[in-house]
Design a protein around this ligand. Sequence first.
Ligand code: MN
Length: 196
Amino acid sequence: MTFPLLSHINPETGEVAGVAANLRFLENLKGYFLDETAYQQALQLGNPTIYSVANVEPAQGDGQLHYGLGRLMPGKIGREYYFTAGHLHTHRPAAEFYIGLCGEGLLLLQHEMTGETLVLPLKANLVIYVPGYTAHRTVNCGTTPLTYLGVYPAQAGHDYGRIKETNFNKVVLEVDGQPTVMDRQEALKLISQDKL
Ligand code: MN
């Protein structure tokens, strides 16, 4: 047992003691949001941190486990709630557990081949099994930071390219004050009606 077995996480701040978090800013999410005009307007006002992920990767190799502590800020671009870029695993069969810690949000799942989608709640006391071959993205539809753990096989790897090209079929918008899951095409119609 040669590597540290114990780590100390702070679910409120998204910090893991001794680990530098990776920050993702608004400018890093260019092309992801539904409403490009609202995105550009937001970016002119500033470039806030949208989320951070602190990855704990104590050992490499077959059978090893890693985890990330994610912290996604509350907010919206136009009607669309802040989300993470989302990814598939480079090693496609690799599954993952998502464990909600603080805040309220959703986890979008989308199978790479079938396109089948599922949207599940993510908050404290909920644990979600993300199967292999399934793209995943968190969405914060609350008013406080959403924090969670993702526990994944060491060989999983992160592939952002596929989602950057195709995005998710489902989006989460505020409609009549409520978080609402919609198909992307339906949502595009809604925001173009908003602008009339
Ligand atoms: Mn993952």
